[in-house]
Design a protein. Structure first.
Length: 369
């Protein structure tokens, strides 16, 4: 610029570009903004601050989370897209059904869209209580199931079944009663009530002193006094150191659970059912083992499921050592009818063989029988 007067000072104006440095920030800004900060001194470097909204992508997952949580993953480079991971508890609705299921089962049906409500289907066995009644006016069992008062409550199954009534084994071929064999028993009972010295297997091959046929029931209590007869036609003798082996087929007049009870024994009473009663009977595999005992508190019971019209092998072995003696067996049908009362009275339910030859023969006494 020229001086204001001749000989005055001229001015040279130098214009230089302002140097800048730019700093870019990404964050939770609502919009982009630019701010220029002056240099600390003239000619220094100015700073341009650029604030830009951070770009995000959001991934939401639903599962077995206890509460909603959010995690932000930084971008791999400045200005890149950050990732927000949101984890939410899955919403469920549960539907429970009860029916003829063997065990509780659970199936989860996924929602139709992410974040929708999932469905849990629970299937549970229906609880039942069964009430059975017996009557002679029906020939076969009928079952009806009531509807519970509300879902999941116990339903009632009502069973009406035939009673024993006049049903009995076919005894038109002179097959009634039980076969029995009497043996001398040399085994002393040194550890009552166990009588562990008794070797039951010995009597499978021992020769009996007497064999006969009797009605079922038991050996009436006696002592070491005068000789007695335990069954009609049997020898009169004292019953110390004796054993009696009984066998027959038990006829089932109706379906269901039969209870065999030995209330007491002196010294020991053993009971077998099924194939092992035919020839493989041992003390170890007895279905009921009643040692020396007396009184109701000592009673032992064996329950067996039988089908109407069938004949099941049945064996009772009784042994006495020194002193008093007794044995009694009762059999009760599913309807509560006592079909063997232990008194030795006539029975319509024990036969030595079936008239239709459907029952295998017992081995002879002394030869496994």
């Amino acid at each position: 610029m020229a001086p204001v007067s001749q000989g005055g000072v001229a001015t040279v104006v130098v214009e230089s570009p302002q140097p800048y440095t730019t700093v870019t920030n990404y964050g939770s800004f609502t919009a982009a903004s630019t701010t220029t900060m002056l240099p600390a001194y003239q000619g220094g470097v100015a700073t341009v601050v650029v604030d830009l909204p951070q770009s995000y992508t959001t991934t939401t997952s639903w599962g077995t989370f206890t509460a909603t949580s959010t995690t932000t993953i930084s971008p791999t480079s400045p200005g890149g897209v950050a990732t927000v991971v949101v984890q939410r508890p899955q919403s469920y609705t549960t539907t429970t059904t009860w029916g003829t299921f063997t065990a509780t089962g659970t199936t989860t049906i996924s929602p139709t869209s992410p974040g929708g409500v999932a469905t849990v289907v629970m299937q549970k066995p229906q609880p039942y209580t069964t009430v059975t009644s017996y009557t002679t006016v029906v020939s076969s069992a009928s079952t009806s199931t009531g509807t519970p008062a509300s879902a999941g409550q116990t339903a009632t199954v009502v069973v009406v079944a035939p009673a024993v009534g006049t049903k009995a084994a076919d005894q038109t071929c002179n097959n009634g009663g039980l076969e029995y064999a009497i043996y001398t028993n040399s085994y002393y009972n040194s550890d009552p009530p166990n009588y562990s010295s008794l070797n039951v297997a010995y009597f499978g091959t021992a020769t009996p002193t007497y064999t006969g046929i009797t009605e079922p029931g038991g050996v009436k209590a006696g002592n070491s006094g005068p000789a007695q007869v335990i069954y009609p036609g049997s020898p009169s003798q004292t019953w110390q150191y004796k054993a009696v082996n009984h066998r027959a087929y038990l006829y089932a007049p109706i379906n269901g659970t039969y209870s065999v009870v030995v209330p007491y024994s002196d010294e020991v009473t053993l009971v077998w059912f099924g194939n092992k009663a035919l020839s493989s009977w041992t003390r170890a595999n007895a279905d009921l083992d009643q040692n020396y005992s007396s009184g109701p508190s000592s009673s032992k019971t064996f329950n067996i499921q039988l089908t109407a019209g069938t004949y099941t092998p049945f064996r009772v072995f009784w042994a006495n050592a020194q002193g008093d003696y007794s044995m009694i067996v009762t059999v009760t049908a599913p309807d509560g009818t006592v079909i063997v009362n232990g008194s030795g009275s006539s029975s319509k339910y024990f036969v030595r063989f079936a008239c239709d030859s459907s029952t295998p023969s017992y081995p002879a006494f002394g030869k496994g029988g």
